[in-house]
Design a protein around this ligand. Structure first.
Ligand code: MAN
Length: 549
């Protein structure tokens, strides 16, 4: 059972007073009806009565004469004559109390000692003893909880002290480690950079050599293509390509009239009337290769218009071996290094890599010339020396990034420890145990979760995303009991309203738990939360100073 924090301070006093009241047989001190013992001296039968606010003095026999004389109602403590008067019930056996004098003789029993209904005919039974007993029981239970809770709180304080010391030590150690890691990162960076220089140089040499091979191969291929074209154009097989042979290729028409005139053909042949294979390769081929359509391709049957899958099934060989000899993996880095080896080996004629081959027939004139073998396209593996340098650099890179990672981890740990150490965990650190914990309560609709010093969230019970009801803000209890309320703010915005926020009201309890959740006004939440950390020391019967009261 939880005990409201503010009530706790008064608990010993209340219990003491109650015990006093119960344990003492009430002695009736003579005084006018409705006057408390402490006000008794204002009402002396032998003297005129002065209203308690000093506004008027009246003969004593006008006190309780059922006529209101004093503005403050003090002349009618035992009747309902004054609208603003108060009636005092002694309530022997329980607790004395004041009731508004309008309730005197109104037919309803207000005072447990029945004294407010002396003239109304209402039949009241003295319930003070029973009420006193019940209250005593309740107060005793509360006191027990508070006592147990307070014991737990002492443990929490001890633990918090120890854990704080541990954390401070850990922080100091981490800060030392951080320095070491920083130095390590610096030196590993230098090692890495030193290893990367020769690595890059060796890789560049390798790449340059490969580029040259590639360029030479490309040239070879160009020449072969030119020679093949030459053969194709040389219809009379006289070892020369002449104007009329060029003129048969209308796709080479340059003025758009659909015909290759003699003059056009001559221009294409570089001003000559005929060229041999060498001149064709060197002077002519470059000028016509973009437009030129191979006769072999033009004569080949149009591929059947069949669905892609079927086509793939029925022509796998044709497609892969005859039309796409270049179906290799250009991304392969040739082994080693793990770094890009962007071999610039994609031929001008090559189409985009296209695994499904759907467009292969459409572009057949460009892929007519079989491309070289896949292996030829790949940059060869690095030589041993280069690979050794790459391995050394790889190792240095790994060590550097591992060290960097460790440094980051140390920095993160420092950050979170520093953050934790600056949180206000109460006068003696008694709330520290709540840090990094979360507590839930499920209602009809939602699961509410508070993670003290962090956040409060709400999640629909039957699925849906979490809504922030606020992030840890500050302690927000009244000045006398600052640590009794936690404020969480800046939660998810409320539609046409404020950002969600939550007050968590703490009370003393043996358990740490959410006791209730509510939303007193839209998007403003209230949680009741019990914790031993809020329990105050309670004097037990022997220890209390009730004898003096
Ligand atoms: C959601 C919940 C409720 C809140 C409304 C406001 O349904 O966060 O608690 O009242 O939004 O629109």
């Amino acid at each position: 059972m939880a005990v409201a924090a503010s009530a706790l301070a008064a608990l010993a006093l209340a219990l003491g007073l109650l015990l006093l009241a119960l344990g003492t047989s009430a002695v009736e001190v003579k005084r006018p009806r409705g006057v408390s013992l402490s006000n008794r001296h204002f009402y002396e039968e032998t003297k005129p009565f002065t209203c308690l606010d000093g506004s008027k003095t009246i003969p004593f026999d006008e006190v309780n004469d059922d006529y209101c004389d004093c503005k403050d109602g003090s002349d009618e403590p035992g009747t309902s004559a004054c609208p603003n008067g108060s009636f005092h019930c002694t309530n022997a056996g329980h607790r004395p109390r004041y009731i508004p004098s309008s309730r005197v003789n109104d037919g309803i029993c207000d005072c447990c000692d029945t004294t407010d209904e002396y003239n109304s005919g209402a039949v009241c039974e003295n319930a003070c003893k029973e009420q006193g007993r019940k209250e005593k029981e309740t107060l005793q239970k509360m006191a027990e909880v508070a006592k147990e809770g307070f014991k737990l709180k002492q443990q929490l304080i001890e633990e918090a002290k120890k854990s704080r010391e541990d954390k401070q030590l850990k922080l100091a150690e981490l800060q030392k480690n951080k320095g070491t890691w920083e130095e390590r990162v610096e030196s590993l960076k230098a090692v890495k950079e030193a290893a990367e220089k020769p690595e890059q140089a060796a890789k560049q040499i390798h790449k340059k050599a490969w580029d040259e091979v590639q360029a030479a191969r490309k040239l070879e291929r160009e020449k072969a293509k030119a020679a093949e074209t030459f053969k194709e154009l040389d219809d009379n097989e006289d070892g020369l390509v002449s104007l009329n042979e060029i003129q048969t290729h209308t796709e080479l028409d340059s003025d758009g009239d659909g015909v290759v005139s003699e003059q056009e053909a001559k221009t294409l042949l570089g001003g000559a009337n005929q060229v041999d294979v060498a001149s064709f390769q060197e002077e002519v081929w470059a000028g016509i290769q973009d437009k030129y359509k191979s006769e072999a391709v033009m004569e080949s049957p149009t591929p059947p218009d069949i669905p892609v899958e079927e086509e793939a099934d029925s022509h796998p060989k044709l497609r892969h071996e005859e039309w796409r000899k270049d179906d290799d993996d250009h991304d392969d880095d040739g082994g080693g290094g793990g770094e890009e080896q962007d071999d610039d080996n994609v031929d001008d004629e090559e189409e985009e890599e296209d695994d499904d081959g759907e467009d292969d027939y459409k572009g057949q004139h460009t892929s007519y010339f079989p491309k070289q073998d896949a292996d030829e396209e790949k940059m060869p593996a690095y030589d041993e020396g280069t690979q050794a340098l790459i391995d050394v650099a790889d190792k240095a890179r790994n060590e550097f990034s591992e060290a960097e990672k460790s440094l980051k981890e140390v920095e993160n740990s420092i950050g979170s420890l520093e953050k934790e150490l600056t949180v206000d965990f109460g006068p003696d650190g008694e709330f520290a145990y709540l840090f990094n914990q979360c507590y839930e309560m499920t209602t009809n609709e939602y699961v509410y979760k508070v993670c003290p010093f962090n956040k409060v969230v709400q999640k629909p019970k039957h699925g849906g995303s979490e809504t922030s009801l606020g992030l840890w803000g500050s302690w927000a209890g009244p000045e006398s009991n600052k640590f009794s309320v936690m404020k969480y703010e800046h939660g998810t915005g409320c539609w046409q309203g404020p950002n969600r926020s939550t007050l968590v009201k703490l009370s003393c309890g043996k358990e740490t738990a959410v006791l209730s959740t509510s939303e007193p006004s839209r998007c403003e939440y209230l949680m009741e939360f019990s914790t031993p950390a809020l329990c105050q020391e309670v004097m037990d019967e022997e220890g209390s100073d009730h004898d003096e009261l």
